[in-house]
Design a protein around this ligand. Structure first.
Ligand code: GCO
Ligand code: MG
Length: 402
């Protein structure tokens, strides 16, 4: 069996996606996602110009060998662009293997460990009152877990708050939009949000919050401590995590569970966090961390240190990643939760899938492979449109973390 073609499809049904389709000489094909928000064309070129020529004629069944060839063979290891490109190939090959075996991906991985995958939705509002209403809306829709973000008095805009609540999309501009940030204002405000939420909804619903990399370790320790009475499911990305050792300080100060890893692309980005048990949830997901073949190693390491998975699942991860992630979540023993931001209808039309939401859980179907396809003629109607994530500045103009 041979790979005949590696197609790279860039489309924008409301937001940009980079998709790989690997076609074999036996007619079976597989689909992978390579979307890297705001830097899409770099990955598309990496795939088209540098990976595709090396794959033609290879046996698509040799997933591990192809992974090693692309990782070790490029010499320049790791990095978001490389690891997203490798991930797309890897997922497409697992999709092919599932189709050849006539099995859904979760069966290939080791079979079902749970009935469904608990997901968390995104509630946000301009102020506390609006966010509280939104959280209620998610609870009414059946969600067992809800992430809550709200506007900060005195700041014109901030991460996690949008006008379009159902389809929040941060990569919203032709050139990066500029936000203004004040850690002091934020730290004073957030505990009030969770105090109000617990007063209103009690303790049965899981609540989550994302700091989006904006604190120092000591500030993170203080926020974690301030939020302890509200029993968060997790507090995410408190500090930028290039330096894993930073978390030692945070961990000494709070029992609020910590989640990290959506911007990581390799096991080496999180080995200290995991082996020193400095976090509770690892968020690195299939598309940005080398695909199923690499993320399963991260999950296996995490398992022996009591760290659970909590994969990134924002809208910039295409339904292909969501489908693959849901199969992984259905199998992985140390599953924690899965992020789920709904895609728009236009996106779902371009990427037909068989997963579905019911009572707070997502369920995969039994279609062989990961169960997500791409409608290429529909995709062609939505050409690429440049779109950037915002940047963030302090009130005095200093460039900060978004
Ligand atoms: C999350 C993330 C996203 C990112 C986005 C960037 O927790 O869902 O922080 O909202 O900002 O994926 O492209
Ligand atoms: Mg996040």
């Amino acid at each position: 069996m041979k790979i005949l073609d590696v197609k790279v499809i860039v489309c924008c049904p409301g937001r940009n996606f980079v998709t790989v389709k690997i076609v074999t000489d036996e007619g079976v094909y597989g689909i992978g996602d390579a979307t890297l928000n705001g830097r899409e064309l770099a990955v598309a070129s990496y795939l088209e110009d540098h990976i595709a020529p090396c794959l033609i004629g290879r046996d698509p069944q040799q997933i591990e060998d192809i992974w090693q060839y692309l990782y070790r063979g490029c010499y320049w290891r790791r990095g978001a662009v490389t690891m997203s490109a490798i991930a797309a190939i890897d997922v497409a090959l697992w999709d092919i293997k599932g189709k050849l075996a006539n099995m859904p991906l979760y069966q290939l991985l080791g079979g079902r460990s749970r009935e469904g995958v608990m997901v968390y939705g995104h509630a946000n509002g301009a102020d506390i009152a609006e966010t509280v209403e939104e959280v209620g809306r998610y609870i009414d829709m059946g969600y067992k877990a809800v992430r809550a973000q709200c506007g900060i008095p005195g700041l014109p805009s901030t991460y996690g708050v949008s006008g379009d609540k159902m389809y929040y999309e941060p990569a919203n501009a032709d050139l990066p939009e500029e936000n203004i940030w004040s850690t002091e204002k934020y730290l004073n405000h957030v505990p009030q949000l969770f105090n109000t939420l617990r007063d209103r909804y009690g303790f049965d619903v899981h609540l989550l919050h994302d700091c989006h990399h904006r604190l120092t370790p000591i500030e993170a320790g203080r926020l974690g401590k301030d939020l302890e009475p509200y029993r968060l499911f997790w507090l995410e990305d408190t500090v930028p995590a290039e330096l894993q050792e930073r978390f030692r300080l945070i961990r000494q100060h709070t029992t609020t569970p910590l989640a990290v890893g959506e911007v990581f692309n390799s096991i080496y980005d999180c080995n200290t966090l995991i082996t020193e048990q400095l976090i509770d949830y690892i968020r690195s997901t299939i598309v940005h961390a080398g695909g199923i073949s690499h993320v399963r190693r991260i999950a296996a390491l995490a398992e022996i240190y009591n760290v659970r998975t909590g994969f990134h699942g924002a809208t910039d991860l295409s339904p292909v990643t969501m489908g693959a992630a849901l199969h992984f979540d259905t199998w992985v023993p140390n599953f924690g939760i899965q992020e789920y931001m709904r895609h728009t209808e236009a996106t779902d039309d371009v990427f037909p899938s068989d997963y579905y939401f019911k009572n707070g859980y997502l369920h995969v179907g039994d279609t062989p492979g990961h169960g997500v396809d791409i409608d290429e003629s529909l995709a062609a109607k939505y050409p690429y449109q440049r779109a950037y994530l915002p940047v963030n500045r302090l009130q005095d103009g200093t460039l900060f973390n978004w």
